[in-house]
Design a protein around this ligand. Structure first.
Ligand code: GLU
Length: 468
């Protein structure tokens, strides 16, 4: 463990499904840690298990990371591609005596375990080949096992969990290379992390026991042990281990719910890590603040209300072009049609008003509905009640009055007020038919925000459509 090496972190997902929200958070922590220190953030696809790994899953993971805005250095590394190297290291360990060939058959191992059970001994397999003379070795298939220390303890010096001690009598001589020459997962991870120069391993605490075993491999090879940081898993709002039952488990589900990526980064960063009472922040602050010492030992709970709050903050603070990109990404994610040029032209000027209130992108689009529809505007039943004869007459007068005013909020407001007053009606009263005519709804942004976004021609046409 030294602090002198430049920081290299990695995210090492197994490509067996989608990008889990917990995986996304692990990736984010590694990214923040590296990016905040001018280090490297690498990606390794742990595809050694050929039966469970699929290219589609790899694609989904890369897509998820990209959506979240986590860029990695270099090409993603395929663990499977490194199998020759993994075998080579296992042979090196044979040569340096830290590993040995084990010829025990699965039947023999089972028999050992049964006998151990019957005698009330530990069922951890003790291979008879550990101390055998190579001259006595049969010409038969063998696995390569680690000659693990039998005495003493292996300590994981964890940056989150503290020192976690494992009795070596609890850790068996694990297999490094199977009889078909393929590496085990445990062995491959260590070789890869070493070869990739990984200095900090930040991952879920379900890998804590693996760390003890992996440390034994580092020690056998005389390799520098990276800093480990095992982070508590994410729990559901009820405090139970996160499962499908809780709702969104895959990162793509959050994208499809319309939370902007920047908000997800902020929210996920706070899921298990803290910097004082800071709840709302951007990437620059997160990179500056993020440290392993801020990671808590207790499992973080998902809190959808908090997520909405964080999301609203980021939407409100986003500049229009970033927000437009987020909206386009959201529509693509939900397989909704992309916005056309007219819709973009009408929505963009309304973003200022819309983003101040919306907590999610679909909520923003819902309020921005008026900018996305075409004439003739269909009026919802509730809004239609405001279009009585008097109101229709007012819409007609307004259509005439707004022909020549300058298209500014002040002038639009003054002209509208004046016509209302001539009927003894305040702005509040004439807003309803205006909302109905312009948006077909009773809940909309302010009528002047809509007029400004729609422009004179479209506004007057929509008013005229419903004028009496
Ligand atoms: N491939 C492992 C997983 O997806 C991660 C291994 C590691 O980070 O060391 O859980």
């Amino acid at each position: 463990m030294t602090d002198s090496r430049p920081v290299v972190t990695r995210f090492a997902p197994s490509p067996t499904g989608y990008l889990h929200i917990g995986g996304a958070r692990t990736a984010l922590f590694n990214w923040l840690y590296a990016r905040g220190r001018g280090g490297k953030f690498l990606l390794r696809i742990e595809d050694t298990d050929r039966t469970r790994s699929t290219p589609e899953a790899t694609e989904a993971i890369l897509k998820g990371l990209t959506w979240l805005g986590l860029d990695w250095d270099g090409e993603p590394v395929s663990q499977f591609e490194g199998r020759e190297r993994h075998a080579e290291v296992a042979r090196e360990m044979l040569a340096n005596g830290t590993a040995y060939k084990c010829f025990s058959t699965p039947e023999e191992i089972e028999a050992f375990r049964e006998a151990a059970r019957a005698e009330g001994r530990s069922t951890l397999f003790l291979s008879p080949w550990r101390d055998s003379d190579p001259a006595t070795h049969p010409d038969a298939p063998y696995v390569i096992r680690l000659r693990a220390p039998r005495e003493g303890q292996t300590v994981v010096r964890d940056a989150v969990q503290g020192d976690v001690t494992f009795g070596n009598d609890q850790l068996d001589d694990m297999i490094l290379l199977r009889s078909d020459g393929t590496p085990t997962y445990m062995h491959a991870v260590v070789v890869d992390d070493h070869d990739m120069g990984v200095t900090h391993i930040i991952r879920g605490d379900d890998h804590l026991t693996n760390a003890a075993r992996q440390i034994q491999i580092y020690q056998a090879m005389g390799w520098e042990i990276p800093v480990f940081a095992h982070i508590p898993l994410i729990h559901g709002p009820d405090g139970k281990k996160l499962s499908k039952r809780h709702g969104a488990v895959g990162l793509h589900e959050y994208a499809a719910s319309g939370y902007p990526a920047a908000a997800m980064r902020n929210y996920l960063a706070r899921l298990g890590w803290s910097h004082g009472d800071d709840e709302l922040f951007g990437d620059a602050q997160a990179k500056e603040w993020f440290d392993l010492s801020g990671i808590g030992k207790a499992p973080a709970r998902l809190d959808f209300k908090k997520l909405e709050h964080v999301s609203g903050y980021h939407i409100a603070g986003m500049n229009d072009s970033d927000l437009m990109r987020e909206i386009e990404g959201y529509l693509a994610e939900t397989a909704a049609p992309a916005l056309n040029a007219v819709q973009i032209a009408r929505l963009t000027p309304a973003l200022g008003a819309l983003k101040a209130k919306a907590k999610t992108l679909p909520a923003l689009l819902e309020q921005g509905h008026f900018a996305l529809i075409e004439r003739p505007v269909t009026v919802e039943e509730k809004a239609a009640t405001s279009l009585d004869t008097v109101s229709r007459g007012i819409l007609g007068e307004l259509t005439a009055a707004l022909q020549h005013v300058s298209w500014t909020r002040d002038d639009l407001e003054a002209a509208t007020k004046e016509i209302g007053e001539s009927h003894g009606l305040g702005l509040g009263k004439i807003a309803a038919p205006l909302r109905a005519a312009l948006a077909g709804r009773s809940s909309t942004p302010s009528v002047f925000d809509m007029m400004l976004a729609l422009g004179r021609e479209e506004t007057l046409a929509r008013l005229q459509d419903h004028a009496g």
